[in-house]
Design a protein around this ligand. Structure first.
Ligand SMILES: C=C(O[C@@H]1C=C(C(=O)O)C=C[C@H]1O)C(=O)O
Length: 354
């Protein structure tokens, strides 16, 4: 955000959410306050999304109103026809349209729908479908010409006859670069692609409306951890800077947990493990290597940090060893470096919550 608190040119506001700068975002499907089978309620996504085309026309207004009744956060709605626009205007924070409808190839009715939607004073999210990058960007330009309050592109991929969804991250990246608009990617219901989406430079993703419970939360974890590593953030105030620090710390926690597990493996394999087998020359080389990637901190500041990190790992290994008897090889919890949600997110794995 700029120093005035307004989003920059790439960023688009959807309700209370800024898309395009700051953290990457996750839109889930229809909002649902329902707890899961184990009584757990998922952490809320950043936004929700309702598509009306697959509902009967007479049910659509109520569907949008029902979504708004249970969800006061950012809400995107995809109208099925111009008749749905009053409900969209009353409740939505953004309108989803198709590049094929907005661009030159759209038929008169579809183009009229997009033009009317653009005049609602809301941002438009333009799905690519089978359009080329040129057609996609031309559709985005047409939406802005028609009065849209900002445009977000969404790479929603192409579904083959066998049901397989092909999402083109390279194309999404090229369109973001060329068009200057934020880009979302829709990886179907596969939260395991969330890390790749953010690593490719997209500003967020949306999941299928029927994605299983827990997938939005898993996608969010991946987006936070990977986003902390790859997204440039220029926070303008203390709350934004603290938010960015929280995301960096989330990634740090995942790495620290993983590192402790790996150091524990070495303790069990070395002839003399734990504090008794400490290797200070190896520790010095670790700090020197890290200083090349963290030159502002440098060796002098990294050394005490890594001393604390290494000693925590040694304490953990010694505790695990005494808890599991003589050799410490059985039942060691640190044998499972991929056991946390964050680590699974980094690995692009799915979260199963059933
Ligand atoms: C892991 C080892 O044991 C100790 C812990 C280290 C670490 O956490 O990186 C490094 C050196 C040793 O003091 C090792 O020898 O590599």
């Amino acid at each position: 955000m700029s120093s005035t608190g307004q989003p920059g040119t790439r960023a688009v506001r959807i309700g209370s959410l800024i898309v395009g700068e700051g953290p990457a975002v996750v839109f889930a499907g229809r909002p649902s306050p329902a707890p899961q089978a184990d009584g757990r309620v998922d952490a809320p996504p950043d936004g929700c999304r309702v598509s009306l085309a697959r509902l009967r026309p007479e049910d659509r207004h109520d569907a949008v109103a029902a979504a708004r009744a249970v969800w006061d956060g950012p809400l995107l709605v995809e109208p099925g026809s111009a008749d749905d626009l009053p409900a969209v205007a009353a409740h939505a924070d953004g309108v989803i349209v198709s590049a094929g409808d907005a661009g030159d190839a759209g038929d008169a009715g579809d183009k009229a729908l997009v033009r009317t939607a653009a005049r609602l004073g809301l941002p438009l999210v333009v799905r690519r479908g089978p359009a080329s990058v040129d057609e996609w960007l031309a559709a985005a330009a047409a939406c802005l010409d028609a009065g849209a309050a900002g445009v977000v592109l969404c790479e929603d991929g192409v579904r083959a006859a066998d049901g397989h969804l092909s999402v083109d991250l390279g194309l999404a990246r090229a369109a973001r670069e060329r068009g200057g608009h934020p880009v979302l990617v829709s990886p179907g219901d596969d939260a395991g692609l969330a890390a790749a989406v953010v690593a490719a430079g997209a500003d967020g993703l949306w999941l299928d409306e029927d994605a299983p419970a827990g997938h939005a939360e898993a996608a969010r974890e991946a987006v936070v951890v990977v986003g902390a590593l790859v997204r440039e953030e220029r926070p303008a105030g203390i709350p934004a800077a603290r938010g960015a620090i929280d995301r960096a710390d989330a990634a740090l926690a995942v790495i620290l947990e993983r590192r402790a597990a790996l150091a524990g493996v070495v303790q069990r394999l070395k002839p003399v493990g734990g504090f008794a087998g400490r290797d200070l020359e190896r520790e010095r080389r670790i700090v020197a290597a890290m200083a090349r990637r963290a030159p502002r901190l440098g060796e002098a500041r990294l050394a005490p940090i890594m001393k604390a990190v290494i000693e925590s790992g040694l304490h953990l290994a010694e505790e695990a060893r005494s808890a599991s008897g003589e050799n410490g090889r059985e039942h060691s919890p640190e044998d499972r470096p991929a056991g946390t949600a964050g680590a699974q997110a980094l690995a692009g794995g799915r979260q199963d919550h059933d």
